[in-house]
Every structure is written in C-alpha cells, then in structure tokens.
Design a protein around this ligand. Structure first.
Ligand SMILES: Nc1nc2c(ncn2[C@@H]2O[C@H](COP(=O)(O)OP(=O)(O)OP(=O)(O)O)[C@@H](O)[C@H]2O)c(=O)[nH]1
Ligand SMILES: [Mg+2]
Length: 459
C-alpha cells in the first residue's frame, strides 16, 4: 500500500506549520507569529506503532508567485505540458539563489505529493493569491484548499467562492483548535482526492481511533497506579535512642508531601509523553496538604468531593459505613433532606474524612526507633488525585500539537473534578480505594480502577 504524502503550501504566516503539527501530531514543528518561520521543506511522518500512515511536508510560503507564474507562462508550449514547465522551472532555479522558496514548495509536489493549500479565512480574499493558485493548478496534482480561521473576522464565504474555482475540495479547518472528529473528517476528505489514497487513509483513520483509545487506557492505568501508590505511601526516618521524634516530624512530613506531589508530577509528565507532548508549560497549583484545613483549601474542594458527597459515597459503599452512620444518628438512618447537612459534622468526626497521614513510632530490631509517616488516611485524597488527573488528561487529549500556549490546570472551571462522576460510579471507586487502604491492591484491583477511570474519561 502506498503512503500518501501531502505538501502544505500557501502564503507566509497562514498556519501551514500549525496544520502540519496538528495532523502529524508533532510538537517539534516550528510555529511562530513571524512570517518566514519555515525556511525549507521538511517531512513529518504521522506514525502509529512505528508505522507511517501518511506524511506531511511543511514548506516555506510563496515569496514571488507573480514572477514565478510569468516565467512559467513564457515557457508554456501546450496546456497538457504545464506540469513539465513547472518541473523545468524547479530544475532551472533549484541550485540558484533565486526562487528558493518556490523551488522548496514545488519539489515535493512534483515528486507526487498532494497539495493542501492553506489560507487565512479571517482576512479578505485578494487577487494576489491567484498567481499562487494558478501555479499549483499547473502541477496537475490532487489538491484541496483549507480555510484556516486565525482571527475573529469571517471572510470564509468569499474565500470559498474563489478557492472552489481552483481546488477539488475546499474545507474550513482550524489548524490550532481542531477537535479530534474534525481531524478524522479531514483525513477522509484527503482520501477523496485520489483513489489510491482512499484505502491507506481509511486505514490511518482506524489506526488513529484505536491509538486514541490505547492512549486513554495507558493514561488511566498510570493514574490508577499513582493513586494506589500515593494512598499507601509511607516514609520512615531512623532515629537513635535519645533522639526526640518531635524534632524530626516537620521535616518528615515535608518530604512525604513532596513525594506525593512528585508522584503526581511524574504521572502528568508521562501522560503528556504518551500523547507526544514534550515541552508543555504548566500553570498549576500543587495540591495543598495542610493539617486541619483540607476542606477549606481551594484545590481540595475544586477537584475532590464535597463532604456531603463523601458521606453519601461512603454510605453507598457498604454496610460498614452504614453502621458508623447509624451510630452517629442514633440508629435512625434518616438521611433525607436538610437532615444530611446537620449530620455531616457528626459523621465526619467519627470517620477519618479530614485526617491526613499520621505519625507512628516504630521499634527497630537493633535498638533505637524510627519515625514513620503515612499511609494517607484522608478519605477525600484519592478523589482529589482522581479529579485532578481526569482534568489534566482531558486537557491533553483535546489539545493539538499546534498549540503552543501553556496548560492551565489551576482549576477546572466549574466542571468540579471528582464531583462530576456519577454517584453510581463513585460507589465503585470507593470500593477500590478502600481495598487500597487495606493494602490489598493487587494487579486485578489496578485493572478494575483503570477501567473505572476509562469510563469517566469517556463519560
Ligand atoms: N488562533 C489561531 N491561530 C493560528 C491558527 N493557525 C495559525 N495560527 C497562528 O498564526 C501564526 C502563524 O502560524 P504558522 O503555523 O507558523 O504559519 P506558517 O504558515 O507556517 O508561517 P511561515 O512558516 O512563516 O510561512 C502562529 O502564531 C500561529 O499560532 C489558527 O487556526 N487559530
Ligand atoms: Mg511555517
């Protein structure tokens, strides 16, 4: 099967490289606000599992389209020989310092690449583009025009009318903010350009769909492992006989919290790698672990569950919790309406909802003692990690490789983290988390949690 190749061409600074980055899922493509960023043609393969599905060729913009076309017109003999004239043009100038950009962008087309002509639909159409389109038409290669909306204004209608006179297919496609479905739609349209490309592009679409599911699952497994490890994290400091453990508590607690934060960071970085992002700047607030203030801390309340949700999840989670609540309310279990609000304080006092990790003193076999912190007792903690991880994953999954702005994960703007998980599903999460807390999280349990996380990602 042949590998379709597409040369992305157009005027300088119209989003050609952005389109290449998005379609090749490659954040190493150079993009900038300055015209003339791309100075030579470069090929970017779109690979899944090492297999090249299609290639995109980023090119510099046309610099002297009118002069190029004049040269070609002068050398034209017959309409059916126009592609030969384009070839002759490139042969004549490719090793000179004239028409460098034109030679760079025409060479891959002459070598068989399809044409993706990119224009900015937020700027009006102008006759200066006609020479570019005419040159491309002379090559006789399959061609599509993409109207990229860089700014707010919308001139797409006039562009549509002009472009459709030169190109087989015209589409509006936002190179930077395109959603996954649009990306897939575009690949299918490429397949209509040339019968030979239809099958390889259909295969590419299937691979990309499957790859998206695989990436989500890999990320979910990583999140599951991170939550399990974080819940069970303990840290120990050996002390000698006469050391006062009080002195070492603040330092140990600091190290423990730092390690929890580091685990989350490693998880985020790895997920970004899974999605082929290598240099994302993140604006983020680390979750804050301050004694006694958990529920008033913003990051906790944003990404975790509310106290009421925690209690309801606990109630749904099993008979044991029911019994605890029965004790708290004197055996009545009338948890309806306003009653629940009044109960929250009492119930949470009985259950370690807002306790963090506590310290233990361990005796050592060879004398002395050790100070240990952890595991994490706080019931909301796994939900906070989960809510934060789901939000981060959502941003990464919906990002394109043309986006160069940082990732803002300070708060999830009203989507409210773990709270948006249905109560039904939360019950299953609680079962997993309580198994982790009892330290019987085996590979099966990680798989169960992975599946639940995938369900949330897709819900
Ligand atoms: N908002 C928005 N900005 C875009 C879009 N496409 C491109 N840009 C911006 O436009 C600028 C130029 O984008 P590039 O992809 O570098 O354009 P180019 O055509 O490759 O430019 P040259 O290589 O200089 O010819 C960058 O600042 C992009 O972020 C888009 O779809 N939406
Ligand atoms: Mg460029």
């Amino acid at each position: 099967m042949i590998t379709p190749a597409f040369a992305v061409v157009g005027h300088p600074n119209k989003g050609k490289s952005s389109l290449v980055a998005t379609l090749a899922q490659d954040d190493s493509v150079r993009i900038s606000t300055l015209p003339g960023t791309t100075v030579e043609a470069r090929t970017f393969p779109m690979k899944v599992d090492g297999e090249v599905l299609y290639t995109l060729i980023d090119t510099p913009g046309f610099q002297r389209a009118h002069k190029t076309l004049s040269w070609m017109k002068k050398h034209e003999t017959d309409i059916h020989k126009r592609a030969d004239v384009v070839r002759q043009f490139v042969e004549t100038f490719k090793d000179t310092d004239q028409f460098f950009d034109e030679c760079q962008l025409l060479s891959p087309i002459l070598a068989g690449a399809g044409i993706l002509y990119v224009v900015d639909g937020s700027k009006p159409y102008g006759s200066e583009f006609e020479a570019e389109m005419e040159i491309l038409r002379w090559t006789g290669q399959p061609c599509m025009a993409l109207i990229n909306m860089i700014g707010e204004a919308d001139y797409s209608e006039q562009w549509q009318k002009a472009l459709s006179q030169f190109f087989q297919i015209v589409r509006v496609f936002n190179a930077v903010n395109a959603k996954f479905e649009k990306h897939i739609e575009l690949l299918r349209a490429f397949g209509q350009l040339n019968e030979q490309w239809r099958q390889p592009l259909e295969k590419a679409v299937n691979f990309i769909h499957k790859d998206r599911e695989d990436r989500a699952e890999q990320s979910a497994r990583l999140i599951a492992e991170t939550i399990s490890e974080s819940i069970n994290l303990t840290m120990t400091k050996k002390l000698s006989e006469d050391d006062n453990e009080e002195k070492y508590k603040p330092e140990l607690k600091h190290d423990y919290f730092q390690e929890l934060i580091a685990k989350e960071q490693r998880c985020r970085k790895t997920i970004e790698k899974i999605y082929h992002y290598h240099n994302i700047d993140r604006t983020e607030a680390n979750f804050k672990l301050l004694d006694d203030h958990l529920f008033s801390e913003q990051t906790w309340s944003i990404f975790g569950l509310s106290q009421q949700e925690l209690i309801m999840t606990g109630l749904a989670g099993g008979a044991a919790m029911g019994a605890v609540v029965d004790v708290a309310v004197g055996g009545t279990s009338l948890l309806l309406g306003a009653g629940i609000g009044a109960l929250i304080g009492g119930v949470s006092a009985l259950i370690s909802y807002d306790k963090l990790a506590s310290f233990d003193i361990l005796g050592m076999p060879l004398g002395g003692h050790a100070l240990q912190i952890g595991p994490m007792k706080n019931r909301n903690f796994p939900y906070v990690l989960l809510g934060r991880a789901l939000f981060h994953h959502q941003l990464i999954e919906n990002r394109t490789h043309a986006m160069r702005d940082g990732l803002n994960i300070e708060d999830d703007e009203g989507r409210t983290g773990a709270s948006r998980i249905s109560p039904e599903l939360r019950k299953n999460f609680e079962t997993c988390f309580s198994k982790f807390r009892k330290n019987d999280a085996d590979a099966d349990e990680i798989e169960t949690l992975t599946k639940l996380i995938v369900e949330c990602m897709r819900g």
